[in-house]
Design a protein around this ligand. Structure first.
Ligand code: 13P
Length: 253
């Protein structure tokens, strides 16, 4: 049985005082549990704070994006190596907000994926379709293209030890969660796509669902065979909601 992941994506939210209160409350509700992983992906300036508050706890930390370059004249970028210096484990790459607001293409996202790995970080590679794409019947085509961009450039073996997240754009921050069946259908499709290249990697790969996951719907989503946990936006900013999702991941095992 694959482990379950509960990963918070704080997005561009937080403050030193607010983070401290939030993490203190989350720490009170999250203890190490076999087969379950918990993490928060914080804005870059808070990596140091995350390390000092979370080191030695059951909660890992990470960032939400990473430069595709290792170092040099790339004003404004932050390398995986810099992030790793703060004890971070994860780097989200290809989040739909990076793709749509900041122009990250499939080609850029797969470079960021490789850069994260070079730095020893675990990439969380995000894919997902828009509502228009789903409604016009091209969901599988879109997901296949996003997954194939990685498989073609770096091979299925590059996903060994990585994490994938299916985040339908229409469910992000909208309160409109995919049904458990919709999430599982898309995630089973993604897994099959990878299995066609490497069945072993596909079988072991954690595929998370993201998009309006809450304490009230997490258990049903996480009970699905191809849903290995969640990437949590809004609910990761409220300790009691995030802890409720963590508990749901335990109940789903
Ligand atoms: P919400 O949980 O706020 O819908 O955000 C999901 C997300 O984008 C996580 O990466």
């Amino acid at each position: 049985m694959r482990p379950k992941y509960v990963v918070g994506n704080w997005k561009q939210n937080g403050s030193l005082a607010g983070n401290q209160a939030l993490l203190k409350a989350v720490l009170a509700g999250v203890a190490a549990a076999p087969g379950r992983h918990c993490a928060v992906c914080v804005p870059f300036p808070y990596l140091d704070q995350a390390e000092s508050l979370l080191k030695g706890s059951a909660i890992a930390w990470g960032c939400q994006d990473v430069s595709r370059f290792d170092k040099g004249a790339y004003t404004g970028d932050v390398s995986g190596g810099m992030v790793a210096e703060f004890g971070a484990r994860y780097a989200i790459v290809g989040h739909s907000e990076r793709r749509t607001v900041f122009g990250d293409t499939d080609a850029i996202v797969v470079e960021k994926f490789a850069a994260a790995k070079r730095s020893g970080l675990t990439p969380i590679f995000c894919v997902g379709e828009t509502l228009a794409e789903r409604e016009s019947g091209v969901m599988e085509k879109v997901l296949a293209a996003q997954v194939d961009s990685l498989l073609e450039k770096h091979g299925a073996a590059s996903l060994e030890g990585a994490v994938l997240a299916y985040e339908p754009v229409w469910a992000i921050g909208t309160g409109r969660t995919a049904t458990a069946a919709q999430a599982n259908e898309a995630q089973a499709f993604i897994r099959q796509r990878i299995a066609a290249k490497d069945a072993g990697v596909a079988k072991g790969l954690a595929i998370l669902y993201g998009g309006s996951v809450k304490g009230s719907n997490a258990a049903e989503l996480f009970a699905m065979p191809d849903v290995d946990g969640g990437l949590i936006g809004g609910a990761s900013l409220v300790a009691e909601d995030f802890v409720a999702i963590w508990r749901a991941a335990g109940a789903a095992r």
